[in-house]
Ligand binder design. Structure first.
Ligand SMILES: Cc1cc2nc3c(=O)[nH]c(=O)nc-3n(C[C@H](O)[C@H](O)[C@H](O)COP(=O)(O)OP(=O)(O)OC[C@H]3O[C@@H](n4cnc5c(N)ncnc54)[C@H](O)[C@@H]3O)c2cc1C
Length: 532
């Protein structure tokens, strides 16, 4: 059975939450904030969608789709501001057409054709960008825009079992990639929350961060080499385990967000599927105590797969805890041996700074696992983690603002930084929305710092959700930079973070990036306006 994708929100239509679940969400929301002014949003019927007329693309070397629902699905990413605009029927920046090249030959022909006519090309993987990365805001300044959907460049093409790596086409979605590797007992082990609807090419182009909290956190760490098609030719790096031969071509292309070329495939380092998993959950009086435990665990070179801190609100939203205490979720996975001693050591470290193993959630005995094992809280967390985007859409339909922002900062600055960012977000939410909830967690930990992640849920004023969120986001982004953090740890730059990324980046480096772009994309057709 072919499953139908939502044109306005996350994932598959058949997985969206139903009216009953939406009512429960509404009840929950009303216990946390003033929802008297909410205006529920109803998706426009597919046959009533209004899009700007497609401009002339006759003579294109490959078939282009101009079907309204196809163009609508390729208009926005998946941030709150995208979902709201799609729900409200705003497709004013729709691409003129969607192209799906079958192979590199078709892709090159299309790029050449677009290059000769200054037609903009926006690479599109899963379209899960939350930073305006796939959105043609520049539409009116170019002759036409093509959304370049890479879904037909898909599949695991070759596996090198000896070096434990695989050549994988860029348009391969997370679940397909893992399903193809599984029979050989191998895995890429990269699980962003958007795993279900994002692609390898998108992960590489945005330097995505996966679920695992330490060691191999970003997709960068798993890349061996890649192949990129540009309007000026192909760049293919050499497969090597490591190299000191000057600046790395891969490092320039990682995070280039479709502005320097189209990633068509990559050799990715694989791992053997883990057989042993253990986990434990510890409670702390507040987030700062839990963060201190996470710092000590991160610096003990134990490398847990999960070392996630949840503040009291975040824990409650995700069905872990009672809204009073903060939690540290710890998990270890082992390929060749049980990891209980590592877990015991991490629990002892966390207990030494006040962590208490949560009642009824004591570390489980080590088990041979095929599927998810471990303590209840960790399992509830994992389930909520993957279901969250559908719930997010349910809240947006109710008329709420619901969005996240994330960053990273050194441990020496962490407590002060976190307090200031949280205060700025809370103040902005109160000032702009009247009431609301700001919760936070730490998604990744490093020996020298942490990646805090914030969730905002607030009532939107009728017709004002996007503008209200933009104001909150600008207020917190200014504080992130002023207090020494990064504008993004893993959500990428796109168009929404560009102004702050430019402030964060050394100006001379921006000039170098521009020079690189001029070389590979002299007519500026590739995803204009992202990054720089
Ligand atoms: C609910 C939700 C949860 C998320 N969770 C995470 C998370 O845990 N970790 C994380 O890092 N991100 C997360 N994101 C953000 C997003 O999923 C990532 O940025 C992801 O890497 C994008 O992959 P994609 O295939 O959907 O790319 P797209 O959204 O289609 O594209 C992203 C950018 O990359 C470019 N691009 C895409 N494919 C290519 C290619 N082959 N060659 C060149 N450029 C290309 C696009 O032009 C665009 O600029 C989340 C988003 C949502 C909506």
């Amino acid at each position: 059975m072919t499953r139908s994708l939502s044109y306005w929100g996350w994932g598959f239509e058949d997985a969206a939450i139903d009216e009953g679940a939406r009512q429960k969400l509404a009840m929950l929301l009303s216990t946390q904030m003033d929802v008297s002014n909410l205006s529920p949003r109803v998706p426009t019927a597919v046959d009533a969608l209004e899009l700007p007329a497609s401009r002339d693309l006759s003579g294109a070397p490959i078939t282009l789709s101009t079907a309204p629902v196809d163009r609508a699905r390729h208009t926005h990413g998946q941030a709150f501001r995208d979902v709201v605009r799609a729900l409200e029927g705003d497709f004013s920046v729709a691409p003129d057409a969607v192209a799906r090249p079958a192979d590199e030959t078709e892709l090159t022909a299309l790029l050449d054709w677009c290059d000769a006519r200054s037609i903009a090309v926006v690479p599109f993987g899963g379209g899960s960008s939350v930073v305006g990365g796939v959105e043609a805001r520049f539409r009116d300044g170019v002759p036409a825009v093509i959304s370049l959907d890479l879904e037909r460049l898909s599949g695991v093409k070759e596996v090198d079992v000896t070096s434990r790596a695989a050549r994988i086409a860029a348009g391969t979605f997370g679940p397909d990639l893992e399903a193809e590797l599984a029979p050989q007992g191998l895995t890429l082990r990269h699980y962003p929350q958007s795993f279900e609807r994002s692609t390898l090419g998108g992960w590489l182009a945005t330097r995505a961060g996966g679920h695992f909290a330490t060691l191999y956190t970003h997709i960068d760490d798993m890349l061996e080499s890649m192949r990129v098609v540009t309007p000026r030719g192909v760049i293919e790096s050499r497969r090597l385990p490591a190299s000191g031969a000057g600046p790395s071509p891969d490092r320039l292309m990682l995070g280039s967000e479709g502005s320097l070329g189209i990633i068509t495939e990559a050799w990715m380092r694989l791992q053997v599927r883990p057989k042993h998993k253990v986990s434990a959950t510890l409670a702390f009086p507040d987030l700062y105590a839990a963060a201190e435990a996470a710092r000590l665990v991160a610096q003990a070179a134990l490398f847990p797969t999960n070392c996630r801190v949840l503040d009291a609100n975040e824990a409650m939203i995700n069905g872990v805890g009672d809204g009073q205490r903060s939690f540290l979720l710890l998990a270890f996975e082992g390929v060749d041996a049980p990891r209980q001693p590592w877990l015991d050591r991490a629990v002892a470290i966390a207990a030494s700074v006040g962590g208490v193993v949560a009642k009824g959630q004591a570390p489980q005995p080590t088990v041979e696992v095929v599927a998810d094992e471990g303590d209840d809280a960790a399992q509830r967390w994992r389930k909520m983690f993957l279901r969250a985007p559908y719930l997010r859409d349910g809240l947006v339909r109710l008329g709420a603002i619901t969005e996240t922002f994330e960053t990273a900062v050194l441990w020496c600055d962490f407590p002060d930084f976190h307090r200031k960012v949280k205060a700025a977000a809370t103040d902005a939410v109160k000032r702009i929305c009247g009431s609301g909830l700001v919760s936070s967690r730490i998604t990744h930990v490093y020996p020298d710092g942490a990646a805090p992640y914030f969730t905002v849920i607030a009532p939107a004023k009728p017709g004002g959700g996007v503008a209200q969120w933009d104001e909150i986001k600008a207020a917190v982004s200014d504080v992130l930079l002023a207090e020494g953090g990064t504008i993004t740890h893993h959500h990428a730059v796109g168009r929404d973070h560009r102004a702050w990324a430019q402030r964060q980046r050394p100006p001379l480096f921006t000039a170098m990036l521009r020079a690189a772009k001029r070389e590979v994309d002299p007519h500026g057709i590739l995803n204009p306006g992202v990054l720089m």
